[in-house]
Design a protein around this ligand. Sequence first.
Ligand code: CA2
Length: 145
Amino acid sequence: MSTPVLILNGPNLNLLGEREPETYGAATLRDVVERCSRVAEDIGLNVEARQSNHEGRLIDWIHEARTTTAGIIINPGAYTHTSIAILDALNAYDGPVIELHISQVHRRESFRHHSYVSRRADAVMAGFGVHGYELALRHIATLLG
Ligand code: CA2
C-alpha cells in the first residue's frame, strides 16, 4: 500500500449535502470520500479523510501527517480566512499541499477573498464543486510522480 494522501476538511463541512445545496451541492462528505477512494484506487493512491470543526484538532492532524502522509488536500472551511495557526502547521509540512474550496470564493463576500493557507499551498482550487476533490487527487498524483 502507498503512503496515503490526507484529505482534510474543516468546520461545517460535515453538513455537506444537508444545507445550502445551491452553494455546496447535494453530495454528502461521505459521498465525496467514497468517490475519492474509488479514484485513488484507479490511480494507485491511498486516501485517508478526516473532518473536524476544531482548529487544534486540524493542526494536530497536520503535524501527524508530517510522518504518515505523502500529501495533503485541505479545505480549511472558514479557517482559510482566519487561521495563521493552520498556515504555521502547513509550513512545517514538507509534502505537496493543495488548498481546495467547493465554491468560487472570489465571487462571494470580500472576507472570503483572502486566504492565509494560500501562502503555503502548491495549488489552489475554487469553484469546481465537490468534483474539485477528485481533480485535486489526480493533480497530487502527478506531483508525487
Ligand atoms: O467553498 C468552500 O469550500 C469553503 O471553504 C467552505 C466554507 C467557507 O467558509 C469558505 O469561505 C469556502 C464553509 C463550509 C460550510 O460548509 C457547509 C456545507 C453545507 C452546509 C452548510 C455549510
